[in-house]
Design a protein around this ligand. Structure first.
Ligand code: TYD
Length: 213
């Protein structure tokens, strides 16, 4: 199926707070799309390129102190590498790229979560993406109490931050979704995993049907 997006392929991103259950939904969605004949690439941020894997270690696993701006630029460096080496070539080849976290995470975490100036973060983020924006974003949203129960290891830099931080991140994602309701679709992630999987598949199928040509 050819898609009527600005490029030949399509970029679908999956976003949400830590513990919303995003990562477990990527492969089932990829399998669903492949069964319908789509050529799908799954990827994630941070850490999908050789440099990205190094950056991911510093960002998530190391306890070295980072200035908020340093943290931002490390996520953006990861994105520059990811967009140029992985996402843009896949889109140019007509593939559907399913990306676990992308630019909205930077606005939600480094902007809303860190209580920084969102407009500034947005400007820097835009510089990192070579004009590539998600065609469709699935926001897996659930109350913090549910997400906290689901988090398996509260060990990395973000998962160990306090509830106030995660509430601001959630509020940030919801604000982004209300500002861009066509691109960002909120999915109720407090439902059982199978229900969430089916809703995601239905939203994506509808989107693909609307954008087929
Ligand atoms: P990861 O283990 O991939 O978390 P999850 O399984 O919840 O996606 O870790 C990614 C972490 O990095 C997550 O806590 C969110 C954070 N992050 C940012 O703060 N800014 C960003 O731009 C991105 C892409 C991720």
């Amino acid at each position: 199926m050819q898609l009527a997006t600005t490029r030949r392929g399509a970029l679908i991103t999956i976003e949400g707070i830590d513990g919303a259950g995003k990562s477990t939904q990527v492969e089932p969605l990829a399998a669903h799309l492949r069964a319908r004949g789509h050529d799908v690439l799954t990827t994630r941020e941070p850490g999908a390129t050789p440099l990205g894997r190094e950056l991911r270690r510093v960002l998530l696993e190391s306890d070295v102190a980072l200035e908020p701006r340093t943290e931002l630029f490390l996520f953006l460096a990861d994105r520059v590498e990811h967009v140029r080496r992985v996402i843009a070539p896949a889109l140019a080849a007509g593939r559907i790229v399913l990306c676990d976290r992308f630019a909205d995470s930077t606005i939600a975490y480094q902007g809303y979560g860190r209580a920084a100036d969102v407009a500034t973060i947005r400007r820097w983020d835009e510089e990192s993406r070579d004009g590539i924006t998600p065609d469709l974003t699935l926001l897996l949203d659930c109350p913090l109490a549910i997400a906290t129960l689901r988090r398996r290891h509260a060990s990395d830099r973000y998962q160990s931050l306090d509830d106030g931080f995660h509430e601001r991140v959630r509020g940030g994602f919801l604000a982004l979704a209300s500002a861009e309701p066509t691109r960002i679709r909120r999915i109720d992630a407090s439902a059982p995993m199978e229900t969430v999987r089916a809703e995601i598949a239905a939203v994506v199928d509808r989107w693909l049907a609307e954008h087929a040509r």
